[in-house]
Ligand binder design. Sequence first.
Ligand code: HEC
Ligand code: HEC
Length: 346
Amino acid sequence: MKIPSLLFSGVLILGLHAHSASGDKELINTAKALFGIIPAKAPAPDKISAEQIELGRKIFFDYRLSKDGSTTCVRCHQPQYFSTDRLAQSAGFNNNKGARNAQSILNLKYQDIVHWRNDRTSIEDQALRSFTTPLSYGNSSTEEALKRFELAGYTPLFQKAFPKSEKPLTLENAASALGSYQRSLTTRAPFDRFMEGDVKAISTQARQGLQEFITVGCASCHNGTAVGGRTMQKFGVFQNYWNVTKSKNPDKGRQDVTKKDEDLYVFKVPSLRNITETAPYFHDASAKDLETAIRWMGKLQLNKDLSDNQVVLIKAFLESLTGELPKNFREAPTLPPEPYAGLEPL
Ligand code: HEC
Ligand code: HEC
């Protein structure tokens, strides 16, 4: 949980000559030590894995799997909003409101923590519990959830994707397929090309913003390939977060899960990949735009009043983290046909 201050010892010096060619090289090297590159081409999955990824994709998009056809993963994780929903609180079955702002499911491959409060052990665990949470799918039991997969025509797809399973159609296998699908969704961005050595892949402002992001201290928490997603940290290190965000009924964060004092107001450090596309910000959607979120982070996490220029530069850097949506998320899949009920066609 401690902030790795060691990372910064070499970085402050760097600011002096960031504009020269050697400065650019040094900036790339510093960035590579803190972040990671999303490669242009991921290794192709084997045949079975490809079946599982495609099965997960269909499940992700299939509204027939909820009690009233109102809800499935994509309702709250929409492609046009880079896997969020623009709502302060997502709505599921019967328009039940979720407790927090929906997070993106992109680039989870590069993250260790699941949910704002780290209350799921893996993305498979997350998916498994979704199907039977009455608030989201409206299913009240495992049997009911499984029946919906059967009625929607999934039995043969599970047999194909899990040929070694004695009983292929299970919620565990559905969760496993969703896990494989979500891990396949990554968004390579101009920043990755920059780290590969293409200095001009991001603007001068973005490079200066990267420098600020590191020097000011943002990267002490937002680091790794996803630029976040690896640790839990207190929201409001220097003062109560709601003094600044004006949040009503402050959420206690991880403490509600563990009941430990040290977890009070502790939340997942979110990934900042595609952050320009996923407003509103923070677990309670208290920041409506990115400038505000950047300014508040400076104040709450680092005790710094960022200047307007610093905010502009950091935002330019964050823009360079917005990538391309993978085709298998951008486009809806063809869903399985429901089993033929035996009626003669008209
Ligand atoms: C009703 C809206 C809704 C539906 C339906 C929904 N989600 Fe979510 N999802 C959310 C919200 C809200 C969060 C944040 C929850 C929290 O942390 O308290 C979230 C978080 C997640 C996360 C964690 C991401 C992270 O960065 O930690 C994953 C993974 C995820 N959802 C996957 C799924 C999958 C897979 C499905 C379908 C089986 C699904 N979601 C269905 C709203 C929804
Ligand atoms: C001490 C750790 C820490 C530092 C330093 C830090 N952050 Fe954060 N950041 C967090 C945490 C934790 C959250 C989630 C807060 C919440 O919503 O509960 C967050 C959330 C954010 C968000 C909103 C993400 C979303 O999906 O809603 C942005 C944007 C952000 N940080 C940018 C920055 C910038 C820019 C800096 C530097 C000025 C910075 N952060 C410094 C820990 C940190």
